[in-house]
Write a protein that binds this ligand. Structure first.
Ligand code: PMM
Length: 291
């Protein structure tokens, strides 16, 4: 095992960076909104992601794109729970992407084994106690408030130091609320209250996030900073989100090489290959070191 990567109590231990495929059961997510809104299509898509090499399937029912308004709890439950239940019943390792304790709780009852909360427990005070009682792993993502106005909070003196410090506080809150530290995963929250320069700085210093001593999830897939990079300097418009998949796979290779525990991606195939190549290089480096 790459000792940098760490391991999460309650989940399998992969010998490489894991791949989390995304199923957004939403009409309005920024890169794939509407595509998997029908529950049957969402389940089929989750199974396809596993066939393409996903280790985990992350099911979400609420868009967090910049400016997004919230959906009601009833609607989120209606979107997410049947998809979680069906995928889990088919043997898929399901994660639920939600900021609501009630959705997390019901999703765990329906078979989800990981709670991915982009607010790290900040949006719903009941979240941490619910996750603690359920005894499932929990993603603490760096978050500074709801998507509707998060871009106003993209203000940092030293983005890497502040994200590390705020994530540390998030982990401490989770542990104080009863979550086992061995079940916490940290995530820099690329694109959440961050501009392209902030995201790139965080990617350049992933090692600093490992100071937190917890496995690291990197979710760069199709995000705006990739569009900004690909737009070039000639003022070309950034490509639409779906055309950022090759760039996403490049980030997956880098994240894996930097010791990330998992990458969260929409298009799984290329990232599944990328993490395997990274693993092979890691193995060769070890053999060479031993020789
Ligand atoms: N980003 C989105 C949704 N969920 N979860 C984690 N842990 N980290 C992220 O950066 C993250 C997330 C953005 O929405 P998308 O599903 O449309 O990519």
């Amino acid at each position: 095992m790459n000792t940098l990567r760490g391991f999460v109590d309650g989940l399998p231990e992969w010998d490489r960076c894991a791949v989390m495929g995304v199923v957004n059961v939403t009409p309005d997510s920024f890169s794939d909104g509407g595509q998997w809104f029908d529950p049957e299509l969402a389940v089929k898509h989750g199974m396809d992601l596993v066939a393409s090499g996903a280790d985990i399937v992350d099911v979400g029912g609420e868009s967090t794109r910049p400016g997004a308004a919230r959906v009601s709890e009833a609607e989120e439950l209606r979107r997410v729970i049947p998809v979680v239940r069906e995928l889990a019943a088919s043997g898929v390792l399901v994660s639920v992407d939600t900021m609501r304790a009630a959705v997390a709780e019901q999703a765990v009852m329906a078979g989800a084994r990981l709670v991915n909360d982009v607010s790290g427990g900040g949006a719903d005070p009941a979240m941490i106690p619910v996750v603690a009682a359920a005894g499932v792993p929990f993603v603490v993502m760096h978050w500074r408030g709801q998507s509707i106005d998060m871009n106003n909070r993209a203000v940092y003196g030293d983005v890497v130091a502040e994200v590390v410090a705020e994530l540390r506080e998030g982990c401490e809150r989770a542990v104080a609320g009863g979550i086992d530290p061995a079940r916490i995963i940290v995530d820099p929250g690329l694109g959440f209250a961050k501009n392209a320069e902030h995201d790139l700085a965080l990617m350049a210093h992933l090692g600093r996030l490992r100071e937190l001593g917890r496995p690291l999830l990197v979710a760069a897939s199709r995000k705006r900073f990739l569009g900004r990079v690909l737009a070039g300097t000639a003022g070309d418009p950034p490509p639409p989100a779906r055309e950022r998949d090759a760039a996403t796979a490049a980030v997956s290779a880098i994240a894996a090489r930097e010791g990330a525990w998992a990458v969260r991606v929409h298009e799984v195939h290329a990232s599944a290959d990328a993490v395997r190549v990274s693993r092979a290089i890691e193995g060769a480096a070890r053999t060479e070191g031993a020789a």
